[in-house]
Structure formats: C-alpha cells, structure tokens
Design a protein around this ligand. Structure first.
Ligand code: PLP
Length: 464
C-alpha cells in the first residue's frame, strides 16, 4: 500500500550538504504578490521532486478541510499525522480479539504478550540506546513519576531538583509534587534556571554553571533534550557531564526530541529519559509512551523501584508469586500489561523511520526548517521574532516565533491561518509554533504555510 522509501537511495552524509536555497528574499518591501509566490512555488516543487524521501508522504493520511482541500499541516510537534497503515494495525488487533479472546495473548498475529517487547529495538535505534535500556509503557508524565521515584532520592545534603524555568507544566508538576512527596518544600528545593535577562534561550554554559553552582545540594537534574516552546535543542552530553561532575543523576524529557533530532542516550550516559509517542513518532493521540534507563543502573540493588507484575522477569511472571524478581534492564520498570490498541499504531509508524534512515531524515528536516526560517525572516521582517536558535545544530524541525503585535494578534493570526487551512499552534503569550516534519511535509507546505502567515500578519486588525 505504502511505498517503502529506500534508504539506499539516500547516501548517508557525514554532515548535511550546503543547502541550496532560492533566490535571495529582500528584507523590504516584502513582495507577497502572486508572481513572487509562484516563483517560490517553482523552487519549492523542484526541491520536493528531488527529495529522495518524498514518497514517504504517501504513507500518511493528509487531513482535509470541510471542502476536502488538503490542509497544510505544520503541527507534528503536537500530534503527528496518522500512518495509513495504523488503521490496519488497530483493526488487526480488534479482529484477533474478536476471533481469539484471551487466546490472543499468545495466538494473535503479533502475540500480545510480547507486543511492547517488539517496539523496543526501533525505539532504541531512535534514542541511541541499547534495546535493554528501553521500555514501552504508560505515558510521559506517568513515566516521569516512576523514574523520579527511583532517581530522585533526596538526603540530608542533596535535596534539590534543577530544571529550566518555563518547563512544560506537567514536568514542573511532577518535580514539585515529588519534592512534596518526600516531605520537602518545592519552594526551597525546586531550582528553576531562567535565561539571562533580555534573552529567550538558555545558554548551555549557563546550564553548566548553574549545575556546578548548586552541585552540592542537587539530587537530580531534569532537562529537556528539545524545549517544547522555543524548540531549542540542548547538548545532552554536556548537561550529563556537568551533572555527573556535580555528583547527581540526570533525567531527560524527550517529548519534543524523539523522532525529531539524533539522540545518543547510552553514549551520552543519561541516567534516565521519558517520552511520549504522539508527536514525532506518529503513534496517535495518547499513544503508549516510553522510557530509557542506562545500563549501569540495571544491577543497582540499592535504588528503589515501584514495581508491578509486568516488570517481573517474563519466564516466571505468570507464576504470580508474591516475591518480585525484576526483569533485566529497563523492562523492570513496566507495571501493567501493555495497552495493545494504543501501541498498535506505533507498529505502523516506527518502520517508516527505519525505511527513511535517520541521517536522511535529519538532512531533510534541516532543509525544510531553514527554508521556513528564510521565508519568515524575509517576508515577516519586523513583525515576528524568531526564538528558536538560528543554528541548525541547536534545533530540530520546529520553529517558534513571537508575534510582535502581541498576544491578541498572535491568536488572531493563528485563527486566520486555521481558517485558511494552515495547521500550527499558538502558545502563551504570543508564540506561534510551526514544525515541518521530514516524514510527511514538503517544501511546498513550508512555502504555503509561511506565505499565509505573512499575509495574515499584514491584515488589518492584526496589529496590536
Ligand atoms: C515537553 C512535554 N512534557 C510532558 C508532556 C506531557 O505528556 P503526557 O500527557 O503524555 O504525560 C508534554 C505533552 O505535550 C510535553 O510536550
């Protein structure tokens, strides 16, 4: 049904080649005429035709407006598109359930007993982990709590958690309530690092300095690999090195990183990481999440773990003995038997990453985002402030921009975009987030989205 992309057709580059971008776009006055658009469209379509990953788009359902016009979908940072094969995967499980009842645990076409097991290897490839370091379970915040229960072990000297100010709310709730769970005051023990005054992004050297400064009282560093609002990608290895030098473990939130940027969790020596699968992994709304625990913690008997029967070693799990005997590796963290229907779409989505090859995806991602940056920089000059780093190494595919005219204007532009078939999102106070996803977006999508955004910004009523 869906044409498999051949990664053989994409030579794996040591580094992305220089981008050939279209004709220079003068800053002022921006030319938003039809002919300027068509000139760009010609260029964008030429890129799409030359794109070795172009056929992957046909593996995804394309959302449409009520009149059946395809939407320009730039919202994979929130919910990735549905792989066309997902429906068949889910229907196969329902059919097996209807046909087999409880026997499906062993006799389903993909036995339910091993269902989550089968997802570990492709997720290990995406996270740069050993298969044994990955477990597929729950959703992100649940996994964060489970891993904090193991890795946040405050004592008399080390009680604090260091995280970024402006972290995703759920991460902050998790950290603050874990501190309270230990009978401590989040007001004292949650240290939140903000960017320098007047700056929107955290400098990695400031993160390192904060870790060193607070080091003696830190029980844990909790950090995102890609920040959800700004799209800033952090150098995970440097964060981990700084934390370990200070003598404390590091947990990572990969919600906006997995499937978006290269990760090397094992080599970088992160202690644990958690993720959701509904963004760049295209696992579907509320899809089963995952977690990573570094191999060096596998036999750490002193570290407590909240346990359930699915974390019991599989051979004797069904003996249902009262004593817990942990499965090897991250699998010991699983609590419950996995939700098959929420895991099934991932079985459709993950092979697409394998088919594309991560270097090729990253190269296309950089090209799409650079084009978006170029268009917005030229056509919305003075109307938007990009907060995502300009350096491609410090971002994934998401570009976040602040609307200078303010929060009301940002909402109004976002509504206008929605009415014109461009799907992105708006976050307080005035941030628009757009993400061209290399698995299914085209240069043409980037152009159409950026063009509509620039037109909307210039419309009467948009100004503050
Ligand atoms: C950065 C980040 N952390 C945590 C979450 C919460 O995820 P969940 O609802 O799966 O717990 C999200 C959800 O979008 C997120 O973007």
């Amino acid at each position: 049904m869906c044409p498999p992309a051949s990664k053989d057709s994409v030579p794996p580059p040591a580094r992305p080649p220089a981008l050939s971008l279209p004709l220079s776009l003068p800053h002022a006055p921006p030319d938003l005429s039809l002919s300027a658009f068509e000139q760009q469209l010609q260029w964008a379509r030429a890129q799409d035709e030359a794109d070795p990953l172009a056929e992957l788009r046909a593996c995804f359902a394309q959302p449409r407006a009520a009149d059946q016009t395809p939407l320009v979908y730039l919202c994979g940072h929130s919910l990735g598109l549905a792989p066309l094969a997902a429906r068949a995967r889910v229907e196969a499980e329902i059919a097996d359930w209807e046909r087999l009842g409880v026997l499906g645990h062993e006799q389903a076409r993909t036995a339910w007993l091993d269902y989550a097991e089968g997802l570990r290897a492709p997720l290990a490839a995406l996270t740069g982990a050993l298969t044994s370091e990955v477990v597929v379970m729950n959703s992100l915040t649940v996994n964060l709590h489970l891993l904090l229960a193991s890795f946040y072990r405050p004592d008399a000297q080390r009680r604090a958690i260091l995280m970024e100010a402006g972290a995703f709310s759920s991460d902050r709730h998790a950290a603050a309530t874990q501190i309270a769970w230990h009978g401590l005051a989040a007001g004292e023990e949650l240290i939140e690092l903000a960017p320098r005054p007047g700056e929107a992004l955290l400098r990695i050297e400031d993160v390192e300095a904060a870790i060193a400064r607070h080091g003696a009282r830190l029980a844990l560093v909790l950090w995102p690999a890609v920040q959800y609002l700004s799209g800033q990608r952090f150098d995970v290895a440097r964060v981990v090195r700084a934390a370990h030098a200070a003598g404390c473990p590091v947990g990572l939130d990969l919600a906006h990183a997995i499937g978006n940027v290269p990760l090397a969790l094992h080599e970088d020596a992160a202690d644990f990481a958690v993720w959701c699968s509904y963004k760049y992994l295209n696992g579907g709304p509320g899809a089963i999440g995952g977690a990573f625990v570094h191999e060096r913690h596998f036999h750490d008997e002193a570290r407590p773990r909240l346990a359930g029967w699915w974390g019991h070693e599989p051979r004797s799990r069904f003996q249902l003995r009262p004593e817990f005997s942990a499965a090897t590796g991250a699998a010991a963290y699983a609590l419950s038997n996995p939700p098959i229907l929420s895991a099934a779409p991932l079985r459709a989505a993950l092979p697409l990453f394998e088919a594309a090859g991560l270097p090729a995806l990253r190269r296309k991602s950089a090209g799409l985002t650079a084009y978006l940056e170029l268009l917005l920089g030229a056509l919305a000059h003075g109307l938007l402030d990009q907060i995502t780093p300009h350096d491609p190494e410090q971002r994934g595919c998401q570009l976040s921009v602040r609307v200078r005219a303010g929060p009301a204007a940002a909402r109004s532009v976002w509504r206008t975009l929605g009415a014109r078939g461009v799907v992105c999102d708006v976050r307080d106070p005035d941030v628009l987030r757009l993400a061209p996803v290399p698995l299914y977006n085209r240069y043409e999508d980037v152009l159409r989205g950026a063009w509509q955004l620039c037109l909307a910004l210039r419309e009467p009523g948009t100004a503050a």
